[in-house]
Design a protein. Structure first.
Length: 249
């Protein structure tokens, strides 16, 4: 690997255009195989069985009490992101990963065109989490709060208080769960990591397989926080938006 004089960051070796294109063409074969493998996994996902859930599970929305069935807004399918929440804690202490991913979900019209509704279920009190939604500028995001009892019904067998994506299908008044994922599975919500993966330095995270000298965040340093806050909060504060959630802490 070559060294940059400016900053002493390692960089790839310099080659001519033909050599560069040859290496890229070889990688493209692997990229296409990876894409086809993803298509095959998605096909298998579409063939999973489903399990019924209680369509009357209560939630709190902008206009008060609703049910899981109401959240579909009349559409056939529903995607729910379960937002981790720390009750009574200030905005700076709320989930940095959930903040990152939710910040990247904006335009829902294309999802709606496929008869699918997208919604966020905050795993905590509605008042606090709705103020956080407003602070972050997610005004058009369908937002609901789920009580502990409702979460135990909806996330049966899974750890409450973690980020999840869960997919549902409505058959008349009945609701069925068709798929769920957590941890790195929720990366599908955002494009930031996918874009960074295209760059020479990638995500710059310590776990990644990168050549010696590539910039990486130190082990133990949080990937989603800067100066004690979730990264997407800083532009909101700079723009003058209040992060007061009405909490006591």
């Amino acid at each position: 690997m070559d060294e940059m004089a400016d900053g002493n960051l390692a960089v790839p070796k310099i080659v001519d255009r033909a050599a560069f294109q040859g290496e890229l063409d070889a990688l493209r074969v692997r990229e296409k195989a990876h894409m086809r493998a993803g298509d095959a996994i998605a096909a298998a996902r579409r063939r999973l069985p489903m399990v019924e859930v209680d369509a009357a599970t209560p939630l709190i929305g902008q206009n008060g009490a609703v049910t899981l069935l109401d959240v579909f807004e009349g559409r056939r399918q529903l995607i729910v992101y379960y937002f981790m929440w720390h009750p009574g804690r200030p905005a700076a202490e709320q989930c940095e990963g959930c903040t990152l991913y939710t910040s990247q979900v904006r335009e829902l019209s294309f999802i709606h065109s496929r008869d699918v509704t997208y919604a966020t279920f905050a795993q905590g009190p509605y008042g606090e989490s709705a103020r956080y939604r407003d602070f972050m500028g997610w005004w058009e995001m369908p937002w609901y709060a789920a009580s502990r009892a409702s979460l135990e019904t909806l996330l049966v067998g899974r750890r409450i208080g973690m980020m999840h994506i869960v997919c549902y299908l409505r058959q008349g008044p009945r609701v069925f769960e068709t798929y769920w994922t957590t941890r790195r599975g929720v990366e599908v919500l955002g494009n930031s990591y996918a874009l960074l993966d295209l760059t020479v330095y990638g995500r710059q995270e310590a776990w990644q397989d990168s050549p010696a000298g590539w910039p990486q965040r130190p082990k133990g340093q949080h990937n989603y926080r800067i100066d004690g806050r979730p990264i997407p909060q800083w532009p909101r504060l700079k723009a003058g938006h209040s992060d007061d959630l009405g909490t006591s802490s």
